[in-house]
Design a protein around this ligand. Structure first.
Ligand code: FAD
Ligand code: NAD
Length: 462
């Protein structure tokens, strides 16, 4: 008997946010669509090992930290006692499981089938799906949405459950007494804060001279100050040159520095695209030297039948970018005039305090030799920030000096991840600083800091 053959309009490879957004939009536009996913489920890295479980654990960390801060306000809840079993159960069943069931029922309602197995392109028209029930999927169009996987540390070969990537760290097998975090980027700082709140002594080793390299220093500073308090030690400009098992512990050699002993290690040094072994060489689609699939602003690869979206197409590797690209690819396949022509992809680091930004940054402007006007609003002057006991924030706006258009927004402080949506909307809709300044913002809110920063930019103009 030959392999089962399924014929569809669109085959989506990968069921993460890029893949399921693409598939749902294809189905809405009347295209017969299947998703092939290695785990036979929708959600991808974002739902099962990324955004959602990490934000659930960060919420728990915030609860612990808020309870600690409450002492200053005269409210004492006593020492927190964390029970890992109920915490894991809540994260996995009530948060991740519930969202996974939701996505499965949306797929069913829209008529999108999910096939389990690893897909490999055999040609520009056909995929082979490996797995328990091998089958072929013949398609008119395919969308590659295979995402990314944690990068490994070159030269450090130690494996085992004591050396974790972000997926293992999110499982919360135990709260180690001493945790080494390699990488002071998004994951290192988010999960470092989670483990510190749960009781680990966290040491962060970052290769460059700064935490969150590339992000505006004025925004990172309040976070860096918080991390200095929360973490046992932060080593900047430092590399881990070896990891050795010493009994039940791990000895890490730091360069510069000495050997130090830890109970667990979290490696968070970036992610790499999941494009190897996909069989792209049997199509006309191509990838760059790092393995990112090359696409244009329609999410088209060099093969007219094949599109690609999400992390596998490059930076920034963020779920909301993947989702937008997924919808664009679906619309383009359906013959609609869509393009991934967004002016900004906002970014949020969900630490305490949160750091969020979109559009032009001060260092981008300096690099491009571009003259900009900049306003900074310290949260120490915000009524709302003081009522929350949090004056450690800053709102920053960059604008074009001639047109007054908002070009960039950066925010640090609790809730920055929600507030940045206003900045993204302002830039995407070509708002001017005056538009922001004259829009009535509710009082007392942190959103007023955007209005006030805009007002101070207007005053600079006079
Ligand atoms: P993925 O979500 O990676 O999904 C790809 C899917 O394809 C997977 O299910 C995979 O099994 C499947 N697959 C791969 N190859 C094949 C194949 N050959 N055949 C069949 N199936 C295949 N982003 C944010 O925007 N906000 C956050 O707060 C955030 N937090 C994060 C926290 C962590 C710890 C991590 C690791 C990431 C986080 N991200 C966050 C990034 C976010 O998870 C990714 O940007 C997003 O998941 C990318 O979506 P995607 O659809 O491109 O791919
Ligand atoms: P990252 O790129 O954010 O940070 C990696 C850090 O590791 C960098 O600061 C880098 O300088 C450092 N580094 C690299 N090699 C090193 C070495 N040998 N020794 C010490 N430090 C080293 O990557 P990440 O934290 O692994 O996260 C991966 C991606 O996942 C992010 O870039 C982002 O796209 C996504 N993500 C997003 C969120 C969010 O949106 N809130 C959260 C987590 C992850």
């Amino acid at each position: 008997m030959g392999d089962l053959v399924v014929e569809v309009d669109v085959a989506v490879v990968g069921g993460g946010p890029g893949g399921y957004s693409a598939a749902f939009r294809c189905a809405e536009l009347g295209l017969e669509t299947v998703v092939v996913d290695g785990g036979k489920r929708l959600g991808g890295a974002c739902l099962f090992e990324g955004c959602i479980p990490s934000k659930a654990l960060l919420h728990v960390a915030a609860l612990i930290e808020d309870a600690e801060r409450a002492r200053e306000l005269g409210v004492d809840f006593g020492e927190p006692r964390v029970s890992l079993d109920p915490l894991r159960k809540w994260k996995s069943e009530r948060v991740v499981g519930r969202l996974a069931r939701g996505l499965a029922s949306v797929a069913k309602a829209k008529g999108v089938d999910v096939i389990g197995g690893r897909a490999v392109f055999e040609s520009s028209r056909e995929l082979y799906v490996e797995g328990d029930e091998p089958q072929k999927v013949r398609f008119k169009h395919a969308i590659v949405a295979t995402g990314s996987a944690p990068a490994r540390l070159p030269g450090l070969s130690l494996a085992g459950e004591r050396v974790m990537d972000s997926t293992a760290a999110l499982e919360l097998g135990e709260v180690p007494e001493r945790l080494l975090v390699i990488g002071g980027g998004y994951i290192g700082l988010e999960l470092g804060q989670v483990y510190a709140a749960l009781g680990s002594q966290v040491t962060v080793v970052e290769m460059t001279d700064e935490l969150l390299p590339g992000v505006d220093r004025a925004l990172v500073q309040p976070l860096a100050r918080r991390c200095e308090k929360l973490f046992a030690k932060i080593h900047l400009g430092t590399k881990v040159t070896s990891l050795l098992e010493k009994g039940s512990a791990i000895e890490a050699r730091l360069e510069p520095g000495d050997a130090q002993t830890f109970d667990r290690v979290l490696v968070a040094v970036g992610r790499r695209p999941a494009s190897a072994g996909l069989g792209l060489e049997h199509t006309r689609a191509s990838a760059d030297a790092r393995g990112f699939v090359t696409v244009n602003d329609r999410c088209r690869t060099a093969d007219p039948a094949i599109y690609a979206v999400g992390d596998v197409t490059g930076e920034p590797m963020l779920a909301h970018r993947a989702m937008r690209q997924g919808k664009v690819a679906a619309e383009v396949i359906a013959g609609r005039p869509a393009a991934f022509d967004n002016v900004v992809v906002p970014a949020v680091v969900f630490t305490d305090p949160e750091v969020a930004w979109c559009g032009l940054t001060e260092s981008d402007a300096a690099r491009e030799g571009r003259t900009v006007k900049i306003a900074k609003r310290e949260w120490a002057a915000s009524g709302r920030a003081l009522t929350l006991g949090r004056s450690d924030g800053l709102t920053k706006i960059l604008a074009d000096p001639d047109t007054g258009r908002v070009l960039g927004v950066g925010i640090v402080g609790p809730g920055a991840g929600e507030l940045i949506a206003e900045g993204a909307l302002a830039i995407e809709t070509a708002m001017t600083v005056e538009d922001l300044a004259v829009t009535i913002h509710t009082h007392p809110t942190l959103s007023e800091t955007l209005m006030e920063a805009a007002e101070s930019l207007l005053q600079q103009a006079r």
